[in-house]
Design a protein around this ligand. Sequence first.
Ligand code: HEM
Length: 191
Amino acid sequence: MAFTDYYLVIKASHVGLALLSGGLFACRGVGVLLGARAPMAPLVRRGSQVIDTALLTAALLLLATLELNPFATPWLRTKLGFLLAYIVFGSLALRRAQSRAGKALAFIAALVCFATMVTVARTHEPLGVLRIFQETSLSAPAASRMQSFLQRGVAVPCLRLPRARPGEATVSSSNSTFSPLHLPTHEKTPC
Ligand code: HEM
């Protein structure tokens, strides 16, 4: 059996471990803010270390399976950056911050980093979910409807029109161009 045959199992483990790791961190963070001792108990700390090690091992296996270089892949580079920030804020939130307010702020920042990593992973885009502000995804019928609104001079607040990509079908009007739904692509498609 080739390494790539295990891709789905490894990815499912990575996602499951990521959820477990994030869930445990969230519970520990809330516990610390409430003044509980359990979040810092040796057993809980050891459990968290084991989960995080398994999560990163699964990440390395995914990189090997997909033959991806994380430093040459923009969304993975972003994810690594947020991982570092998550570790720093996480350690401030659970232990190092001196005041409760500092711990609370670091806890929120760590959760934001975690959520960003999930959206970056899901979209394969360095901007993650923020991409919707950069590019509006419209189906062709929706694009035509929007086109006729614009031609009738109806203002559409906050709508930033997407740029056409090479090779994409587009619906053009005199003053705008719409691209249909842009799905995130894998740098390498394993199956
Ligand atoms: C707390 C840290 C992390 C979280 C929360 C996380 C989350 C996720 C999630 C939710 C997915 C599934 C994306 C999908 O549905 O397609 C995923 C996939 C993946 N992650 Fe992570 N991840 C983390 C750390 C890492 C690290 C450190 C790396 C390596 C640099 C990494 C590499 C990958 C790769 C290669 C995939 C597979 C993408 C694909 O199959 O299309 N992850 N991650």
